[in-house]
Design a protein around this ligand. Structure first.
Ligand code: HH2
Length: 278
């Protein structure tokens, strides 16, 4: 029987105190950092359990890569990838990284407690109702364009105010659809239609997103901006050390939850940062 999570009454802030770590497990052949490594369901389960032992508050299971240039995956294939993993993770706190209502519904039945939607409820018109009815936690993320083309020529007049306005509008949409505002977190979507400069400006001015009043999730772990920052213009990934540095900075600027591939390193660094900053 799936573990029943306290779906009513517990706010996002109570469930995920600052700083919390979300471990990334991609059950995909093509994800930019861990593609293929966790495609075998048994391997994905071992990785997810290890991440929780290392201190992750939740593990984000994804069956579709959204890396720049990735092509979309159908519902059946996405379910075929993630369902066998979720079935074996009954006692593990799980988030489902999907934009599809049908995938989210099945994942919630299998015990997932959070829906992580990189389209911020713009991808599948049926998803808002699934989240509202289940009482699940929800992450709304900003993306300019769509994964296939988003890194071609991202442009903003002011990236931070545009991302803030977008997240505010999507939060209002979610609340209008019956989703409890207290259960929602917001994410500027590092690397989703953004240059290196855009990404770091979003972290530098994170206080302007914190001012929206909801917890902020940051996913910069191993992203190419970190490799580019360190001098390789062709980088498709970044190092663990650079990821940890950026995560600690984001935490210091107000982020609540850090979405990462290397859980132990981030938990250790954030524990020390918290002690130093408290
Ligand atoms: N980044 C990725 C996927 N999902 N969700 C949120 N909320 N925030 C993010 O920054 C974010 C996300 C991309 O990273 P990853 O899952 O490692 O790669 P891929 O999309 O190639 O599977």
């Amino acid at each position: 029987m799936p573990l029943t999570y306290p779906r009513m009454g517990v706010s996002f802030e109570q469930r995920f105190p600052r700083p919390s770590v979300m471990g990334v497990v991609n059950v995909t052949p093509d994800s930019f950092a861990d593609g293929g490594i966790n495609l075998d369901p048994d391997k994905a389960v071992v990785t997810a359990r290890r991440m929780v032992e290392e201190g992750a508050a939740i593990v984000d299971i994804g069956g579709e890569s959204t890396r720049p240039g990735a092509s979309a995956v159908g519902v059946d294939e996405e379910l075929r990838r993630v369902a066998p993993v979720l079935e074996q993770l009954e006692r593990v706190p799980v988030s489902i990284d999907t934009s599809k209502a049908e995938v989210a519904r099945r994942a919630l039945e299998l015990g997932a407690e959070l829906v992580n939607d990189v389209t911020a409820l713009r991808g599948d018109p049926a998803l808002a109702e699934v989240v509202a009815e289940s009482g699940a936690y929800l992450c709304l993320m900003h993306m300019q364009g769509e994964p296939r083309t988003m890194q071609t020529d991202p442009r903003y007049d002011d990236v931070v105010s545009e991302v803030a306005a977008f997240l505010e509008e999507r939060l209002a949409f979610a609340v209008e659809a019956g989703i409890d505002e207290e259960r929602v977190c917001l994410d500027p979507g590092i690397g989703f239609g953004k240059t290196v400069e855009h990404n770091f400006e979003l972290i530098r001015r994170l206080d302007e997103l914190v001012a929206l009043g909801r917890p902020i999730l940051i996913g910069i772990s191993r992203k190419s901006s970190l490799g580019k920052l360190l001098g390789n213009p062709e980088a498709t990934t970044g190092s663990v050390a650079a990821s940890v540095g950026a995560a600690v900075a984001a935490y210091e600027r107000g982020a609540t939850i850090l979405r990462v591939h290397d859980v132990r390193e981030h938990v250790e660094a954030l524990t020390a940062a918290q002690a130093a900053l408290a």
